[in-house]
Design a protein around this ligand. Sequence first.
Ligand SMILES: C[S@@+](CC[C@H](N)C(=O)[O-])C[C@H]1O[C@@H](n2cnc3c(N)ncnc32)[C@H](O)[C@@H]1O
Length: 287
Amino acid sequence: MTNATRRDDRDIFRLSPTMDTSVLETIADRLEFRGTDEGYARLSQAYFGSVPLDAAQRLLALGCGTGIEVRALRRRTRPDATIVGVDHSPALIDIARRLTTDEGLDNNVTYETGDAHRLPYQDGEFDIVTLHTLVSHVDDPVQVLREARRVVRPGGTVAIFDGDYASLTFAHPDHALAELIEARLRQVLVANPRIMRDMPRLLPAAGLEPIQAGGVLYADICAGSFWANAAEAYGVVLTRLGVLSPAVADDWRAFQRRAVEDGTFFGGSNYYTYIARRPGDVAQRAE
Ligand SMILES: C[S@@+](CC[C@H](N)C(=O)[O-])C[C@H]1O[C@@H](n2cnc3c(N)ncnc32)[C@H](O)[C@@H]1O
């Protein structure tokens, strides 16, 4: 682990293989809501336009959860391209398989349980590797980036998209309470809340060459939808994990609900994307 990262034993995504079923269901529902939110899907997948999807034959989605980005990639790639989704949570992998089949998107898609720090793949097996809101949750982001670099072919692309959860915020008139809730949310949701600010140093350290980067704010202001759903879902998680008393969490959630109703809601976070390349110039695999 680097000095730049902060580990927190409570990150629900890092602990997802052993997580309580009811918390896991909340996670799965939130991931699906998040991935199908039009604005979020648009910004999270904007990088698809910057990676050579048309030419790719083998793609790997690390930390795929319920398979949101795998299904999005399936819709945007050649039907004969193979897509592998990997997650360390067997329960999330089961949900990903079911949803992918239900949506008729399982052609040449496989899901496997595995740890992004130690991948069971050969060097250079993939043309494109995606890390879609994964690095903020792992024990050792540089090791995960090194594995992504190892399994992508020379000249291949590694795409990293994640929240800058140090900027996650929900307004509340009691500013001390607002800060307390934000701190607790970071504690339960994300081991590495500042990691996307470190990428300009970490990518070269992992042997990857950054070729494009960008950032956006995704906020609900006045009308609440994406972040109102997050407040509802993660407010419940705060009490289930025992980091906030139910009375305080319930009041906070009730306040956020009223803010949605009366058009005064405010919540948001920054997101960043990095497109990196494994140095080297081995041509695309023959078709
Ligand atoms: C925030 S979720 C993102 C899921 C999906 N990529 C999405 O955007 O909807 C993070 C995912 O990373 C997985 N994860 C965390 N640490 C992992 C690791 N070391 N190896 C593989 N998966 C991991 C979690 O189980 C979880 O599904």
